[in-house]
Design a protein around this ligand. Structure first.
Ligand code: ADP
Ligand code: MG
Length: 260
């Protein structure tokens, strides 16, 4: 029996007069690579924002491992084990890769501001621990060669991986990726696909939003399609590919994005 990890029940988000997410039901199970697709403005990012506590749902409920997280803060949700990356890369460009990863740790260590300002013993111990753990993450993901390179100077595809690696610092169970392949060339996209498979094999459950249909179809065991905030289809790549509503959502209004 699969273990239910994240569940949304009738979740909606209303901005003024606009229903950006409209009564979405979703079940993500432990070990899934779950895809969320849909045309621009379909409500995908807004949905992520509710799952991670950046927005509060206007209606409905969200549960993580059976706990009601609907009204929890983003910090609390991160502590429970959900982490995310953003649509635009948010690395510290002038820090090296190792330092970027270490930033992700700071919500997990016990140093307080006093320790940091006065460089107490505890702070130094924490710093050593953080650097060591950061290096472990880089090694695990095959990124150790970049550890001392400045993040902003790295190729785009590598920056994306570093960003995902940083998200692992909080020791998550579930990772939410918002358009991880956006702006990548085909080689970078393939390499990212392998990278995500590696994370999944390592035990992380993954939900990803993506425009690139081929990417989603190849990677995800279950896919949910949103259009104008509503779930219009859910299933395997095969089901989604052949669904009439999905075809209309992508092609009906003259959109040219292809379905693989
Ligand atoms: N903070 C906000 N305030 C008002 N409208 C928003 C806000 N965030 C998103 N929206 C609107 O909600 C809809 C869904 O947006 P979004 O979730 O970003 O779509 P997607 O990620 O699928 O492209 C869009 O019409 C967008 O303009
Ligand atoms: Mg978006």
């Amino acid at each position: 029996m699969n273990e239910l990890m994240l569940e949304s029940k009738g979740v909606s988000k209303i901005f003024g007069g606009l229903t950006a997410v409209d009564q979405v039901d979703m079940k993500v199970f432990k070990g899934d690579i779950f895809g969320i697709i849909g045309p621009n403005g379909a409500g995908k990012t807004t949905f992520f924002n509710m799952c991670t506590g950046f927005y509060t749902a206007s209606k409905g409920k969200l549960f993580f491992e059976g706990k009601d997280i609907t009204k929890m803060s983003s910090d609390r949700i991160a502590q429970l084990g959900i982490t995310r990356t953003f649509q635009n890369i948010k690395l510290f460009k002038y820090m090296n890769v190792l330092e970027n990863i270490s930033v992700g740790f700071h919500i997990n260590t016990c140093s307080n501001v006093f320790d940091a300002v006065f460089h107490t013993k505890r702070y130094k111990k924490d710093e050593e621990y953080v650097m060591q753990k950061s290096m472990e993450i880089l090694k695990k993901l095959g990124l150790q060669d970049y550890a001392y390179m400045m993040a902003g100077k790295l190729p785009y595809g590598i920056q994306r991986k570093v960003e995902i690696a940083r998200a692992l610092a909080v020791n998550p169970k579930l990772i939410l990726l918002d358009e991880p392949a956006a702006g990548m060339n085909p080689m970078e996209t393939d390499s990212l696909m392998e990278f995500i498979r590696l994370l999944n094999k390592d035990g992380y459950t993954i939900i990803l939003i993506e425009h690139d249909m081929k990417f989603v179809m190849n990677l995800c065991n279950n896919i949910m399609v949103l259009n104008f905030g509503k779930k219009i289809c859910e299933g395997t790549a095969e089901v989604v590919r052949n669904d009439q509503n999905v075809k209309e959502a992508y092609f009906g209004k003259g959109l040219t994005r292809g379905i693989a």
